[in-house]
Design a protein. Sequence first.
Length: 193
Amino acid sequence: MVMASNLKSGMVLRIEGEIYKVLEAEFKAGAAKLSGVVKTQLNNVVTGGLWERHFRPQERLEDVQLEQYTLEFLYSDSDNCIFMNPRDFEQVAVPRSLLGAAEGFLQSGMLVPVQFFEGSPISAVLPQVADARVARTAPPVHAHQDVAWKEATLENGVQIQVPLFVAPGDVVRVNVLAGRYVERARSERRGIA
């Protein structure tokens, strides 16, 4: 059991038989004799639904322990991403819906921490920033226009906005959750002494 005042992002709770992951938890102090309130944003790990819930600070909640394994990404099929446990070579199917937009940035051989509850995967912790190669870009825009960005399609099929100087073949860093360009990845020195 955990007191509501001790809730932190990432914790997992069982409320009314449903399993929720805490996305945000904020304690708001009360005035005078009021004890305050803990405002939370919860994610139902089965349905994916969001729920904003308020708790009294001294309210006791059932916390759930998760198992976490670092798995190696192998490939994707129409419904699942297939991972392998490097210790026992057992393959695990993780629903693509659990990974969201970040699924497009998985690369074969990438190690990903996956959390399990009662033997079923409920979430994966993907990196915030990933590198991807640009497959094609929109034609450059003339300098006299106020547009400083153009559309680019990455090799994984994801479309993002990139600065005008990015060309096909460049490797760019992308914020995985936001799907936004961060910077052009440093390439090896090209014969410069």
